[in-house]
Write a protein that binds this ligand. Sequence first.
Ligand SMILES: C[S@@+](CC[C@H](N)C(=O)[O-])C[C@H]1O[C@@H](n2cnc3c(N)ncnc32)[C@H](O)[C@@H]1O
Ligand SMILES: Nc1nc2[nH]cc(C(=O)O)c2c(=O)[nH]1
Ligand code: SF4
Ligand SMILES: [Mg+2]
Length: 214
Amino acid sequence: MYAVKEAFYTLQGEGARSGRAAVFCRFTGCNLWSGREKDRERSICRFCDTDFVGTDGQNGGRFRTAQALGEHIDRLWPSRAAGVVPYVVFTGGEPLLQLDTALIEEMHARGFEIAVETNGTLAPPAGIDWLCVSPKGASQLAVSGGDEIKLVYPQLEAPPERFEALGFTHFFLQAMDLAPRGGQGDTLKETLEYCMRHPRWRLSLQMHKIVGID
Ligand SMILES: C[S@@+](CC[C@H](N)C(=O)[O-])C[C@H]1O[C@@H](n2cnc3c(N)ncnc32)[C@H](O)[C@@H]1O
Ligand SMILES: Nc1nc2[nH]cc(C(=O)O)c2c(=O)[nH]1
Ligand code: SF4
Ligand SMILES: [Mg+2]
C-alpha cells in the first residue's frame, strides 16, 4: 500500500535538473516532522514548506500495488514524443519511507527515469536514477553520496562544511524560504554570498515559487 498526498505534472524547480518536465509524486508522511504545526518547533526539521499529511491533494490517494500507482503516474505524463524520456520525481514527505523495489521496477518498465528527493536519513533502494539528498539539522545521514546534495541554508546545526567531503556530483545551497515559519522573504542574500566565498557550492533557487507553478 502506498499513501500519496498529491501527484502532478510540472517542471522540476530545484537543483541541477531544474527546468525539466516531471511528474511529481508526493508521498504522505515524514520521519523528521509529523506535519502538524503544533509539533513544528520541537521537530528535527522545522522549516518545511510542504503539506504532506493525508491523501486529499490533487490526484492523491491510496494505491494497493506498484502497478496501480505506476499507471496513475503514467497517466499524468502528457506526451510520448520520440527521444523524450518520461521523468518522475518521488518526494514527500519522506519518499524513502514508502518507495520500494516493486515501484522502481514498475516505473522503469514504463520507461520512466526516476528521481528522488530525500532527507538522507534512510537507506535508498537500488535502481534510483537521480538521488537528491537534503540534510536536515542534527539528523544523521544514512547515505554518503549521490547525484546532488541540496542543503537548505542557513541551518545552525547543519553547516555546509560538514558535507563538503561527501561523494556528490553537485553541491547546491538552497535559500531557506522563511514563510512556512511565519517569517518574511528568504535568505537569498546570505546564501549567494556563501556560494561566492565557497565556489564548491552553487545556488539553487526554488524556481517554481518564482514563476508560480506547483
Ligand atoms: C519538502 S522536501 C521533501 C523531500 C524530503 N523530505 C527532503 O526533505 O528532502 C523537498 C525539498 O524542499 C526543501 N525545502 C523544504 N522546506 C524548505 C524551505 N522552507 N526553504 C527551502 N527549501 C525547502 C527540502 O530541503 C527538500 O530539498
Ligand atoms: N516544481 C517543483 N519542484 C520541486 N523540486 C522539489 C520539490 C519538492 O517538494 O520535493 C518541488 C516542488 O514541490 N515543485
Ligand atoms: S524532511 Fe523534508 S518533508 Fe520532512 S519535514 Fe523536512 S523538508 Fe519536510
Ligand atoms: Mg516543494
